[in-house]
Design a protein around this ligand. Structure first.
Ligand code: HEM
Length: 399
């Protein structure tokens, strides 16, 4: 256990000449160090799963950018839930039309309409923790994005999503498994959420309200009303892509600030620096260290031969601490304004980033405003790579 109370189970030794074995419960403090070693010794590593699937992990920012920008060579179009989730499992040009619609609907100016309600949800969630002078932060970080999603679809009962979400996460096999059985299991796990989204969209067709569900339900694709099934998969993805990620973003930001009391003081005295601090937290604590791509034809990257059908993982977490892109990358500098990889790059760059940034910013604003100081409590424990969040994150609040 480290001084900061984090479960820093010692990383197992790995042989960089062969493969990236991310069995590490990576403590954020050491992940820059781990990635530096890996980048210097084996910047593009190959592993093979028990089922014979070849997996590459890219650790250099230049390779990560190349993989993300070249959608023709490194495709996203491998559905993990039966039919493709829209637009994340589409490549251009099909991706482009859906994405244009989504980007407009989720633009920062459209998302601003939710800020007051999100702030009030944050205050409601924070109050018991403040009164108790601390506790586990994790449940709150999962409830705030659920409340935000309720706003997006005009739902008042947030327990609906909590139960759908629990079911989904309990039953879905990991994305690395591409076999039919895994796909079927994932499709079954997501089915109740899909049905909820379908019903909500149908109720908004021809009867729009001021919410994102109405925007999607009545969206136009190539001059015609969006297909019901496509709209449903789009709304379902928004929920799936925006829940766990935002929760982990909040956890990462608060855990970093808890370890940097100088940064807490600086932000309390000048809250205008909070948006830039959020970016630096997202750089050093990216909620997802990586997401997959699928190689479409034999090629060469970083001097190594990648075969058609190989899975290729651009490691955002490693690119974010590559000195090629960031000076003194291991240093937490709340004024850095980093152009990080946490929301991806290229055509799939996260359209939910304005909402995620707002949720994290508002939580930090309220937490900093209502405390004199906060520290990490004992017995924090992390999720496993490539997810970068906490199973438990106790904090101690001084008010
Ligand atoms: C801190 C929180 C978040 C992180 C770190 C994050 C990260 C990402 C990343 C890395 C991608 C690119 C995926 C790829 O290239 O394959 C992505 C895509 C996406 N994200 Fe987020 N995300 C977050 C929050 C959200 C939220 C709040 C929403 C919606 C409310 C959302 C919706 C989406 C969607 C729909 C896509 C697919 C975009 C496309 O394929 O064009 N995300 N996200």
């Amino acid at each position: 256990m480290s001084d900061a109370g984090i479960d820093t189970e010692k990383p197992p030794e790995w042989d960089p000449a062969t493969a990236w074995k991310p069995l590490v419960k990576a403590d954020q403090i050491s992940s820059a160090e781990i990635y530096t070693k890996q980048r210097e010794s084996c910047p593009l590593s190959l592993d093979t799963t028990e089922r014979g699937q070849r997996l590459w992990h890219a650790f250099r920012s230049s390779d990560v950018a190349e993989i993300l920008m070249n959608t023709e060579l490194f495709s996203s179009a491998v559905p993990k839930f039966g039919k493709p989730m829209i637009p994340i499992e589409l490549d251009p040009p099909t991706h482009t039309t859906f994405r244009r619609l989504l980007s407009n609907m989720m633009a920062p100016r459209r998302i601003l309409r939710y800020e007051a309600s999100i702030r009030s949800a944050v205050v409601t969630e924070l109050t018991p923790l403040i009164e108790a002078r601390g506790g586990d932060l994790v449940p709150l970080t999962y409830r705030i994005p659920i409340r935000a999603f309720c706003l997006l679809v005009g739902e008042t009962d947030d327990s609906v999503f909590a139960s759908l979400d629990q079911k989904l996460r309990a039953t879905a096999p990991p994305f690395e498994r591409q076999d039919q059985q895994a796909t079927d299991q994932r499709a079954a796990a997501v089915a109740p959420l899909i049905e909820f989204c379908r019903e909500r969209l149908l109720s908004r067709r021809g009867n729009p309200c001021d919410d994102l569900a109405s925007d999607i339900a009545n969206g136009q694709i190539n001059g015609s009303l969006i297909d019901e099934d496509d709209a449903t998969r789009m709304l379902t993805l928004i929920y799936m892509a925006g829940h766990d990620t935002t929760a982990m973003g909040m956890q990462g930001a608060i855990s970093l600030l808890a370890r940097h009391s100088d940064a807490q003081s600086a932000l309390r005295s000048n809250p205008a620096r909070i948006p830039s601090a959020v970016e630096e937290c997202l750089r050093l604590e990216p909620p997802l260290h990586t997401l997959p791509r699928y190689c479409t034809r034999d090629t060469t990257l970083a001097g190594r031969s990648i075969l058609s059908g190989d899975q290729v993982y651009p490691v955002f977490g490693a690119a974010n601490v590559d000195p090629e892109g960031f000076a003194n990358p291991e240093v937490f500098n709340i004024d850095r304004k980093p152009n990080h990889f946490t929301f991806g790059r290229g055509v799939h760059t996260c359209p939910g980033s304005p909402l995620a940034r707002m949720e994290i910013r508002v939580l930090l604003e309220e937490l900093l405003r209502r405390t004199e100081h906060f520290d990490l409590g004992a017995d924090a424990s992390r999720k496993e790579w490539p997810r970068n969040g906490y199973k438990k994150l106790p904090i101690v609040l001084h008010v």
